[in-house]
Design a protein around this ligand. Sequence first.
Ligand code: P6P
Length: 325
Amino acid sequence: MRLTLTDYLAKHSASEGLTDVVTRMAETCAVISRAVAAGAIADQLGSAGQENVQQEEQKQLDVITNDLLLDAYAATPWVAGVASEEMETFVASSVTPNDGAFLVLFDPLDGSSNVDVNVSVGTIFSVLPSPAAGRALVEADFLQPGRAQIASGYALYGPQTMLVLTLGRGVVGFTLDPASGAWRLTHDAMTIPRATKEFAINMSNMRHWAPPIRGYIEDCLAGETGPRGKNYNMRWIASMVADVHRILVRGGVFLYPADARDPSKPGKLRLMYEGAPMALLVEQAGGRATDVTTDILDIVPTGLHQRIAVVLGSAEEVERVLAAG
Ligand code: P6P
């Protein structure tokens, strides 16, 4: 019988508090999985008729999933506060005095525009230590580099619903058992192959890329008669969780570079609840993750919703992108 998440946490989690945090995330992601699967039947698809702090149109399920996660962490003594892609600033725990040891950050439904067309989406989460014991939490408490993360992971709502997690000692994957509702260990040591023949990038932005990125992709497109000496395949799901999951399972390189469309933005993806949690997973699986100048886990955040360029995946390929720079 496969280990459950509960068994795994009992064996590997460093503390009762971390077990509580991860268990609440997993339980909420199981609820989100059912909400996403209900789709049009539950009349929860489409726009919420408002924008989020990113000036992006919110889907109904963005709001629903964010509320589910807020409820999950509102009254636990272990969490001092949470922050989300969908909220301008953090929400402190309702427990007083709040001495929670952890901060939880999440993108509650990454790739949510895919839900309306029935393409895989996910929830991304990051767990940081809270430095605010004995005092009121402030936003600056969240602005810790990714290497400070105690845990990170994602839920992927695809053909299977999976939870992929690192507690800082490797990467494991659990599959939600539809029959029992239990998360069962199905991937007990996820590692990214060092080499790959597959890249993931939104090619429609090619004319906006800086020359090094353009040159790297052109070399891949040149195939076995070109400088790379091998043919490449391309994938782009436009759902970071799904693209990163494929890379964790079979290798590849994911690129969302800065581009000339908006020079004020160093990239599209957000550091705190997309780049940093994914970078921890990728590095724990033997890959690399960079914003093409710095390892993502070493970037000191300047804001909750800071955007960065992201290149992550098979170490050899990421190093090739860096060498192009
Ligand atoms: P584009 C989804 O909106 C997201 O934040 C990531 O999940 C995904 O990798 C990326 O944006 C897709 O961006 O510009 O290709 O739609």
